[in-house]
Design a protein around this ligand. Sequence first.
Ligand code: PEP
Ligand code: MN
Length: 338
Amino acid sequence: MLIQLFESCSPQQLDSIVKRVRELGYKPTFVKTFSNRYLVCIGTAEVDIRTIGTLPGVKDVHVVEDPNKLVSRQWRVTPTSIDLGDGVTISRSQFTIAAGPCSIESEEQVVKTVSFLKEQNVSIMRGGVFKPRSSPYAFRGLGIEGLELFARHCRANGIKVVSEVMQVSQIEPMYPYVDIFQVGTRNAQNFNLLDELGKVNKPVLLKRGMSQTLTDFLASAEYIFSSGNERIILCERGIRAFEKEYRNTLDLNAIPYLKDKSHLPVFCDPSHGIGIREYVEPMALAAQMAGADGVLLEIHETPEKAVSDGQQTLNFEEAQQVFRKLRMLENMNIDMMG
Ligand code: PEP
Ligand code: MN
């Protein structure tokens, strides 16, 4: 059961609601986000929700059977849209392209990528400055200095920044420069990090853990929401399966499932999902057809020279083709629905 509270709900009113919920055999947790207040109630007893709905301070009550209540679509019928400012919005009503290098490498690289994206009308740039690498000897990122130059060029050109945060101590220094905090697959169940990102008033792009079930993936999103941040983007990026011919197995099944179960926007990262440059385009298009609200693509002017993930990175010409096809498909969809 999920109870939405009025902003004006007083501490006394909250106490009475909590008392009533406990009498009904439910365990209540109070959640205050940047925009709303809730009581998440865990229990199984049959309840006539009208008995709660009439209590002072209660705005609405919903029966939510899904284990992850706040991110569930069972109560929030209108999908969440995320306003990044300057006319950039992530929502189910328009397809979003976010692209950029795996790693921020140099000012020259940033300048070239920003100008390419601007010319292509892509308004979100990705780029890692703290890189989770399988080997400790691989390039680990330019750190905050890299992020500062990345953000400076993006801001000057009206482009939003998404970059991965690997640990709690990086949140504060990254905060002034990012528009979206990315949580990588390896940190999808770093609950301390998720909790802290719940206290931050900036959107979070949460990648699915490579071994995570979808229920556990939604639980990770529930951590962020329940600690205060409602602005979450789910991102399918492939899971570990038995197939070794490609880097990961992109679970496109997850896209319609997550869109049905959750009100959050759902992205797909086909670059990490398949890990092979030639196959990124078909998987990006397939993700869009499966209902993804956006894609996260790795691009580089010269992928052969990229310091990380070059093998799955599109060059600008390839990227331009993918953007064009994604937009063509999007327009066809609008026509089909209209
Ligand atoms: C990335 O986006 O560069 C990245 C490291 O992704 P993932 O966490 O999905 O491996
Ligand atoms: Mn990468």
